[in-house]
Design a protein around this ligand. Sequence first.
Ligand SMILES: *Cc1c(COP(=O)(O)O)cnc(C)c1O
Length: 393
Amino acid sequence: MKDETKLATLGRDPDGHHGAVNIPVYRASTILQPDLKTLKQVQAARLRDEQVTSYGRIGTPLTYAFENMLAELEGGYRAMSYPSGAAACSGAILAVVKSGDHILVTDSAYGPTRHFCDTLLKKMGVETTYFAPTIGAGIRDLLRPNTTLVFLESPGSLTFEVQDVPMICEIAHKHGAKVALDNTWGTPLYFKSFSHGVDISVHAATKYIVGHSDAMLGVAIATREMWAELRDSTRALGTAAGPDEVYLGLRGLRTMAVRLPRHMESAITIADWLRGRPEVTAVRHPALPQDPGHAIWKRDFLGACGLFAFELDRKYGEEAVAAFVDHLDLFGIGYSWGGFESLVTVAMPHQMRTAEPWRDHGPLLRLHIGLEATDDLMADLKAGFERLNQTQG
Ligand SMILES: *Cc1c(COP(=O)(O)O)cnc(C)c1O
């Protein structure tokens, strides 16, 4: 079955729900059982890892449908949902590490992931070393006897370096370490983590999976080998996703295969147009043939989403950037991405990077290209460039 068909057919049970096309939201904490014998049987089935409905936090038919759909799409064994992408990132890391371990984390990782490593993990006695995103085989030199995890994000969601995931997985596995990947940009449709060797794939479902900027949700998908650890450590934390959010996640998945190609096509059109602007010194989009990560992207990915960045000439200061950004009509100023609407932020990688400092770059603007017409978006950006240049008089 192709992904489009999976998205339309999996995770449905009309016979079990009075003919309703979609599984309804189960707002449940307590699950009542008819008698003690059944209660015992349900608990026993849960311990055998069957997807029974035993308590709201553990899962309902809707949660299981959402999680199974994602595992099936990406080629993993089973999945856990979380109340946010950030919780999924920390949940995946905690599934692997113990006190005394050392982990390697890409320098391009999402800010809150770094924050988790630098605070809570450190307090637990787990040491983090950040590495240059394009290190490739060089990762071998950073592995220590107690290195148990390599955490990747490819491409990085501010700076867009593409990582050689299969190579890093091979090296890490030879060493006995696991690999977790923040695959939010790649999505379960465009990067099939498990066929490249990843052990746990994480998504901020808040982005394209929900797809409408109206819910916070995360998911981590594991191989069969890593599943029990992921399940048990997540249950120990109690970080369960809310039922309405899970519903919106599953609903978002239904249309993902028609939304993503449009995001991809529009973003490539605009990225390519930006390359020709005299104010722009670099466009960071792996699907452009000029991008340093293009060859690996082309080898490993099945598509691209609508998120990329571009750099302005260093002569443009804060005031000029504000003149450009503040008066855009169609690009909202704000964090997150993956919804139907276009967004802009000014990225600040120099404030976080440690392994490969971000120096000598002009202002870095990150765009999320939504589902609006590209002509309208380009006209909006063009007016922005005019305001930018007016500040240089
Ligand atoms: C947004 C994001 C997250 C965190 O997701 P939330 O749902 O906002 O907590 C994690 N990783 C990446 C790459 C993201 O863009």
